[in-house]
Ligand binder design. Sequence first.
Ligand code: SF4
Length: 384
Amino acid sequence: MNKTFSENIKPAGIYVHIPFCKIRCTYCDFYTLTNETRIDAFVESLCKEIELRKDEIKEPVKTVYFGGGTPSRLSEHHFNKIFDSLYQNFKIEPTSEITVEANPDDLSDEYVEMLARLPVNRLSIGIQSFDDNELKFLSRRHSAIQAINAVKRCQMNGFSNISIDLMYGLPNQTTKIWEQNLKQATSLGIQHLSAYHLIYEEKTRMYSMLKAGKIEPVVEEVSTAMFSMLIDWMKSHNFIHYEISAFGKEGYFSRHNTSYWKGNKYIGLGPAAHSFDGENRTWNVASLNRYIKGVEEGKPEQNSENLSSDEKYNEFILTGLRTMWGVDLNELKILFGEKIYIYCIENADKYLNRQLLTIEGNNLKLTREGIFISDGIMSDLMRV
Ligand code: SF4
């Protein structure tokens, strides 16, 4: 008999979406507002939502992640209110990983000292580039030197688990500039790097510029060369490539994201935040007004979908293959049955023969060559 996803559930995580940014970056399609006048009202509603949804997570919570938007737009007063509410309503373990995303120009001496007084033990700093021209092009608020100083300030204030985000594949970006970015990143003594190729999301300014012919995307060979450079550079600096976009020093992988990729349960709080209970996906309305109204009325506005067995299998493949642990074929067989297991192996066969996939122990994994065409491999293994 197949186990259900719920029976397979491990410890839970909490995601808190802070939907405010000082300005909008040209490439960003996240739900966020540049009008910050309603931060206080949002925090009030967030604390009420926590109270209303406390019964959704009874398991011990091992990770809390403040994402956005820009969580570093919150004051100490806001954070204290939110933490009080989280600790009162959920079983957050003392050893939990608690991450706050921050923008470099918010990380003044006073702000970092304030963060150090909170239960926060991991920072994820949205640097994106150490090249001032690129930062300007992306409409980031900080300069390269501000980013460097922000990381150093966090380290001086005792933060010893710091991740930074970088972007590559920007129009006009050369492999030389990308190499400089990587060199600067690893010289800072950080523990983790997330590196994302630029994606032209519809409804962004970057997309409009592309459509108007004002910018040209990098050619595929340059993208591939940059990704290859990224993998080699990080490996030579003792970072483990544990997920397609993520590199961590031993013991410093993002526990929160790893938990997502392993299919664990999580609750998403705040507008546009997604939750997963092992069977269903729900997501809060992507509108601050409607979010506040729903919470005030005692019924947060949400949509949900019940995943079909094929959709669960597809997610299992997608999330598993993204990571260095790969897809656990034993678990796949237990969760989805012999027929789906055979479907997976048969579709993997041509990639196994070309050494783009490999089986180590009972795990199906991408090889280094396979990572470069991971999208195609994943879609071939998925059920339509
Ligand atoms: S700071 Fe982050 S969330 Fe805000 S607009 Fe820029 S990329 Fe988007």
